[in-house]
Design a protein around this ligand. Structure first.
Ligand code: GAR
Length: 211
């Protein structure tokens, strides 16, 4: 059945390569994600995610997170908010955005910010989770798409995909296989959001049946 809802107006925030952003574009092109990318914002002027956006004619902004290194607060947070609002974003996808969000942005987009994380949360929150999994000796890891709350990688889980850890894995090979699954999980979770199928009950996300 054709989806007659407006496409989701998506803002994508990222700090690096932007392969997850690319997976969003690819899903839109395939018709499996009913969304349009309103803008891309990066805290890193040289991030390739900005170049990917420019090549598609999508508004691409470098907005500094200074003076903070790992969080988005104060003037920088206000600048992000202004940019998101100027582009009429409905939903924010964190696609490799390496800063913790604070209440200014969380409240303005309550329940409308999704993050992709490279582990099966609640295991291995924080940075370089694939390396954490390897160092810990986990046999299975994966990726998680979750709604963002005030904690670090703690919000309600929407989609998870598992990835086995192989005997000869290095951090790079494991991360590459996790990323393959991220590129499926993030567009899938965004499409569930676009279809209005996500219902949050306490910590649990119930996926409503497709209508
Ligand atoms: C992804 O693996 C994503 O899960 C991770 O950064 C990478 C970004 O890759 N995010 C985090 O670690 C957030 N805590 P990309 O720039 O190619 O999409």
């Amino acid at each position: 059945m054709t989806d007659t809802r407006h496409p989701l107006r998506l803002a994508v925030l990222g700090s690096g390569n932007g392969s997850n952003f690319q997976s969003i574009l690819d899903a839109i092109d395939r018709g499996t994600l009913h969304a349009q990318v309103a803008c891309v914002i990066s805290d890193n002027a040289d991030a390739y995610i900005l170049e990917r956006a420019r090549r598609r004619g999508i508004p691409a902004h470098h907005v500094s997170g200074a003076p903070f290194k790992t969080k988005l607060e104060g003037e920088a947070e206000a600048a992000y908010l202004r940019t998101l609002q100027a582009h009429g974003a409905d939903v924010v996808a964190l696609a490799g955005f390496m800063r913790i969000l604070k209440p200014g942005l969380l409240d303005a987009f309550a329940g409308r910010i999704l993050n992709i994380h490279p582990a099966l949360l609640p295991a291995f929150p924080g940075a370089e989770s694939w390396k954490q999994a390897l160092d810990h000796g986990a046999k299975i890891t994966g990726c998680t798409v979750h709604l963002v709350d005030a904690g670090t990688d703690t919000g309600p889980i929407i989609v998870q995909r598992a990835v086995p850890v192989l005997e000869d894995d290095t951090p790079a090979t494991l991360h590459a296989r996790i990323q393959e699954q991220e590129h499926v999980a993030l567009p899938e979770a965004l499409q569930l959001f676009a279809e209005g199928r996500i219902e949050v009950i306490g910590r649990r996300v119930r996926i409503r049946k497709a209508s």
